[in-house]
Each structure stands twice: as C-alpha cells, then as structure tokens.
Design a protein around this ligand. Structure first.
Ligand SMILES: O=C(CO)COP(=O)(O)O
Length: 124
C-alpha cells in the first residue's frame, strides 16, 4: 500500500460525469486513501455516488477549472483526473484548455479517460 497521500483533482464534463462516478466507485478503496478535490458539480456527484469526501471548488464554468489550475501552479495538486467530453463544445473551453495546459506544463499526471485514469491511479 502506498504510504503517501496524493492530492487528486476530479473533474468531468456533463456527459462524462456518470463515467467518472462509476470509475470513482470502482476505485473507492484506493481513492479513500487520498485527498480529493473537485469542481463543484463533479465533486458533489462523486461524493453522492461514493460517500467519499471531496473538497469542493467552484463549478468549472464559474472558475473551478481555474482554481485547479492555480493549485497546480502552486504545487498543491499531484494528479488531475479530468474526463473530457470530446463530442460537445464547452462554453468555457478557454478554461478547459488553460487547465490542461498547466497540467502539461507542470508535469502533473493528467488522465482524460478511464483507461488512463486506471493507470495513473495504480501509480500513486
Ligand atoms: O466544467 C467542468 C470542467 O470543465 C466541470 O465543472 P462542474 O464539475 O462544476 O460541472
């Protein structure tokens, strides 16, 4: 078992929230060992689905994505699980791009789908 607690960000676009909740339920035993942060709606959904505690930020379109980006550039987030919907345009696309850009820039493990999230979580 990993001794170190990781700070994990959880975000999903609307059509991917069910997928993220199902993923979080499947990995509940592992996620409970870590510190979880989520954008408003995603974090609330994950808490309701799993009973896990998620520190809630603003909703993504209202600044939550930028709050996660700030955490990354301040060294306060270790992993970002961000289930992006590749089939829908997002009104706050600039925020989405800024967040994924910062995760890339600061070399924070970034999972945009289930398979990658499985691999990233197995590594923390
Ligand atoms: O829009 C989001 C990510 O870009 C997610 O925000 P919510 O979790 O508040 O829906």
């Amino acid at each position: 078992m990993e001794a170190c607690m990781a700070r994990i960000g959880l975000v999903a676009h609307d059509d991917k929230k069910d997928d993220l909740c199902a993923w979080a339920e499947r990995h509940r035993h592992k996620l409970v060992q870590h510190e979880l942060w989520g954008t408003g709606t995603t974090g609330s959904r994950v808490m309701a689905a799993t009973g896990l505690t998620v520190q809630l930020l603003k909703s993504g379109p209202l600044g939550g994505d930028q709050q996660l980006g700030a955490m990354i550039c301040e060294g306060r987030l270790d992993v970002l699980i961000f289930f992006i919907d590749p089939l829908s345009a997002q009104p706050h696309d600039v925020d989405v791009k800024a967040l994924t850009r910062l995760a890339t820039l600061y070399d924070v493990p970034l999972a945009n789908n289930r398979s990658t999230a499985d691999a990233v979580l197995a590594a923390v």
